[in-house]
Design a protein around this ligand. Structure first.
Ligand SMILES: *Cc1c(COP(=O)(O)O)cnc(C)c1O
Length: 418
């Protein structure tokens, strides 16, 4: 849909973009197209649809992709993909039944046996496991770097493997979960360019779950992919598992092709739930960020709290602050803090909460608290865990849309029990 006179912002388009009511009996909302297959108008039309879907010939001017079969495409998914593309200003997007399938499908499509993968640490546990176990098994070697490392140090890590010429992809997560450490996407783009050749482009993929799609736009900083667990902010109500991958038309066509054959696309019901969620995405996230700011400052002055890890509290004279100003539009709504003591004190706090729920996951309307060392990051090697700051006194909060005074009341009474 081209706007001739005015460029509407994404939040204004989330209710209508890409949907034509006249194709659905005038229904104002996109129905759930709960169907496995689609009727072709003629045998010739069916043949033409397959030629495009399987890339057998280039698309003619103005030729649209026809609806074939819900593993290949479905209106709920296509409209969702168009709307998700708007936030990152991406050319295209592919949606999946989980964040893990978005991540693994992208890694599998752009890496081959013998390749080297460079990634940041810490990574989401599921991603880390896939890289260390599955990719290793099929002959993809991985090498990691830490937030704060300089370009020369990262390049030294790559060179040490003896596989620099085989570097295929750089995969990063910024801010890192749960410590909120920042990684410079532009720096990763420079490294990718340096190791790219005329034969092979090194891809940069960013897991944007923590700050996207509102507050960080990786494609603008040179990334090729912006990946999501749509289970988190995009879904936003802790009631659906889903994922997405945004990027160029050319790259997403490859991701969608592998998705067709792995069969891990999102279903129409998942697509419909996310369409509904997208309508309130911006108001939810902004309210969550407002609440997080109040909580972060409250915790920062509390005598039983040793340290708060929050983007809005990064010291102005630190290198991380430069990345923060360049890459982020908000400090976000995820924060962590060290409570005075260790596991016993952290558990006392978590068990005393009355409004905030004790659960993993993040980005939802309700506030959630968890203990990374024994929960989300229990699988990380203990020495490595200590090194990256995931200690037994660390608590992670995902801030929701509740009244901030109620949240502060809950945190205050729970800290009093520590
Ligand atoms: C939750 C999460 C994932 C995995 O997504 P699922 O939807 O659970 O498959 C990946 N990366 C990050 C940062 C996450 O928080």
């Amino acid at each position: 849909m081209k706007q001739s006179r005015h460029n509407f912002r994404p939040e204004s388009l989330m209710m209508s973009y890409g949907y034509k009511p006249e194709l659905s009996e005038g229904a104002i909302k996109c129905p759930i197209f709960q169907t496995s297959t689609f009727v072709f108008k003629s045998a010739e039309a069916g043949k033409a649809f397959f030629e495009i879907a399987y890339g057998l010939r280039p698309r003619a001017e103005g030729e649209e992709e026809g609806l074939i079969y819900s593993r290949i495409n479905n209106p709920d998914l296509e409209i969702l993909e168009d709307r998700l593309s708007l936030w990152d200003e991406a050319e295209d997007c592919a949606v999946f039944e989980s964040g893990m399938s978005a991540i693994t499908t992208t890694l599998l499509e752009f890496l081959s046996p013998g390749d080297l993968l460079l990634h940041s640490t810490p990574l989401y546990g599921g991603t880390d496991h896939f890289i260390r176990h599955f990719l290793a098994k099929i002959g993809v070697q991985a090498v990691s770097f830490k937030p704060g490392m300089e370009q020369s140090e990262i390049e030294a890590q790559i060179e040490k493997t003896g596989l620099a010429h085989k570097l295929g992809m750089i995969f990063i997560e910024t801010p890192a979960n749960p410590t909120n450490a920042l990684i410079d996407i532009e720096l990763c783009h420079r490294i990718a360019q340096k190791y790219s050749t005329s034969q092979k482009k090194v891809m940069v993929a960013v897991d944007n779950t923590y700050m996207g799609p509102l507050w960080q736009h990786p494609l603008k900083h040179g990334a090729d992919f912006s990946l999501y667990s749509a289970t988190k902010y995009i879904g936003g109500h802790s009631d659906v598992i889903a994922g997405a991958c945004c990027g160029s038309k050319e790259n997403i066509a490859r991701v969608k092709m592998l998705r067709t054959f792995l069969g891990n696309m999102a279903g129409p019901w998942t697509g419909w739930l996310l369409l509904r969620s997208l309508e309130t995405l911006k108001v939810r996230m902004e309210q969550q960020a407002k609440n997080a700011e109040i909580i972060a400052h409250y915790l920062n002055s509390h005598p039983k709290v040793e340290k708060v890890y929050y983007l809005g509290l990064i010291p102005k004279d630190s290198p991380a602050y430069v990345i923060y100003r360049k890459q982020y539009l908000s400090p976000g709504a995820m924060l962590s803090f060290d409570v005075q003591g260790g596991e016993a004190e952290a558990f006392r706090f978590l068990n005393a909460l009355q409004l905030i729920k004790l659960a993993v996951s993040l980005g939802s309307t309700e506030s959630l608290a968890e203990h990374p060392a024994t929960m989300t990051h229990a699988g990380v090697d203990p020495a490595h865990r200590q090194e990256i700051g995931i200690t037994s006194k660390l608590i992670r909060l995902s801030v929701g849309v509740e009244n901030s005074e109620d949240l502060i009341w809950d945190i205050e009474q729970a800290l009093a029990k520590v």
